[in-house]
Design a protein around this ligand. Structure first.
Ligand code: 8YV
Length: 320
């Protein structure tokens, strides 16, 4: 019997995508970038029933109309803002994602970013390598985190994990989300991100991406955070007004920022590179071998279950 065709899209590390196992079950077509889709012959495309999707390129009706047999888009990642869900629904295509398995890693990195900025970890490293420790003695004093007050904008799975970790640093938790969450009574809810930013020492952004949250962290929020405040973003670059953020950092309106995500990745705004008050990372929140393996496994299981006519493990909420 002819195997069902699937299309694997994106640049995967070996541990993220077990190609042999995919090939045991399916006829596999591969693309490292969705924009190359026309390199595959039309009759082959017409047979594709599922896409294993990795990356952040736009996937909408332009692609879907080339794939009339498609039943599933299985996303590698928790954020799926570049997949047009309305177009997928209209084409009767299910979308799945990989929540939970990456929350710990992303939350871990969020705390690393906070300490990277507050304890000047890069400058400390350089203090040794440049010989300053020997020549000048102690490095300049920095900023205490334990016992402070932190705010979290967006208390989803990852925001929740960040808050739990912060509590072990004797930090008081405040948060903003669309509605009050059923969480510890000690965590204080704010209806407005500006009011939240006014009362906290440091602020984490863990919103979902997409048009609904574009520029959500505005210049007003940054002003409210103030010159002693650190901003950490592990969500999407789009959730912060990046022009306002660059200005706030350049004019020292905030203390600093720890950023794993940017607008226009990987060609980020060059102004970030000359700033000393940022600790920046190349969107590596979920980039541990263990977590990427788990994400790949969940992506595969979603395809296996769905194409066998069973319930997918983790459909996106809009599909329920
Ligand atoms: C991945 C992510 O880097 O899960 C997400 O939404 O941003 C990251 O875990 C990405 O999805 C892989 O392309």
């Amino acid at each position: 019997m002819e195997k069902v065709s699937i299309l694997i899209v994106g640049k995967y590390a070996e541990i993220e995508c077990n190609l042999d196992r995919f090939r045991d079950h399916f006829n596999v077509l591969k693309l490292s970038d969705l924009s190359d889709i026309n390199k595959i012959d039309e009759p082959e495309l017409k047979k594709v029933q599922a896409i294993a999707f990795k990356g952040h390129s736009t996937l909408n009706s332009n692609t879907l109309k080339k794939l009339p047999s498609l039943r599933l888009i299985s996303n590698f990642g928790v954020g799926y803002e570049t997949i047009n869900v309305a177009d997928a629904k209209a084409a009767n295509v299910l979308v799945t994602y990989t929540p939970d398995v990456l929350s710990d890693d992303v939350a871990d990195l969020a705390l690393a970013l906070l300490f990277g900025v507050s304890r000047h970890l890069l400058q400390g490293d350089d203090w040794i390598r440049s010989g300053s420790w020997r020549e000048k003695g102690e490095m300049p004093l920095n900023k205490k985190i334990s016992g402070s007050t932190c705010g979290i904008i967006g208390l989803g799975r990852i925001g929740f994990e960040i808050a739990k970790r912060l509590e072990s640093f004797k930090i008081k938790i405040h948060y903003y989300s669309r509605s009050r969450k059923n969480v510890s009574q000690k965590w204080i809810y704010h209806k407005s991100p500006v009011n939240l930013a006014k009362v906290v020492d440091n602020l984490f952004v863990s919103l979902v991406g997409g048009e609904g949250t574009r520029g959500f962290v505005s210049s007003e929020v940054l002003d409210a955070l103030g010159p002693r405040g650190i901003l950490v973003n592990i969500s999407r670059g789009s959730t912060i007004n990046e022009t306002a953020l660059l200005e706030a950092l350049e004019k020292k309106k905030i203390y600093g920022a720890g950023l794993d995500v940017f607008e226009n990745e990987p060609n980020i705004n060059a102004r970030f590179l000359s700033l000393k008050n940022v600790f920046i990372q190349p969107h590596q929140g979920s980039c541990t071998r263990e977590t990427r393996k788990a994400m790949g496994e969940l992506q595969f299981q979603n395809i296996l279950e769905c194409l066998a006519g069973r319930k997918a493990l983790t459909p996106i909420p809009e599909m329920n």
